[in-house]
Design a protein around this ligand. Structure first.
Ligand SMILES: [Zn+2]
Length: 129
């Protein structure tokens, strides 16, 4: 089977070669950030924003990669994408299309993750063929 990418576990630093792991995002945190973004928009949106107010904009929630055994929060109901379904750049395209239907995607750093799927990064490594 073709593999272009492998997740890099943020617990142990190892690559998730066995696919017993996933990318995940904390859904409760996503809900909090979404709420905070709506509040920010209501207060500051729709016009020029000065730098102090701009810096108050809520930070995106970070997607994380872990082996199942290394996930510090594996008991919670987080949104997870199985490593075995994230082996190619086309897999990321497919997931991006799927996730664009979620109204919370902008609350996360999926955009950075896509960059990592193209170039490699701390959560995704490119596999040389
Ligand atoms: Zn690990």
């Amino acid at each position: 089977m073709v593999r272009e990418l492998v997740l890099v576990c943020q617990g142990c630093g190892g690559k998730v070669w066995d696919d017993v792991g996933y990318l995940w995002v904390d859904t409760a945190q996503v809900a909090r950030v979404g709420q905070a973004q709506r509040e920010w928009d209501a207060e500051y949106g729709g016009g020029l924003v000065d730098i102090h107010d701009f810096l108050k904009y809520p930070e995106q929630v970070t997607w994380q990669a872990h082996h199942l055994a290394c996930d510090p929060a594996s008991d919670d109901g987080h949104y997870r994408l199985a490593a075995r379904r994230l082996r190619t750049q086309a897999d990321f395209l497919g997931w991006t299309a799927h996730l664009m239907g979620k109204n919370w995607l902008d609350c996360t750093d999926w955009n950075d993750l896509l960059q990592e799927a193209c170039q490699g990064g701390k959560r995704i490594a490119l596999v040389s063929s």
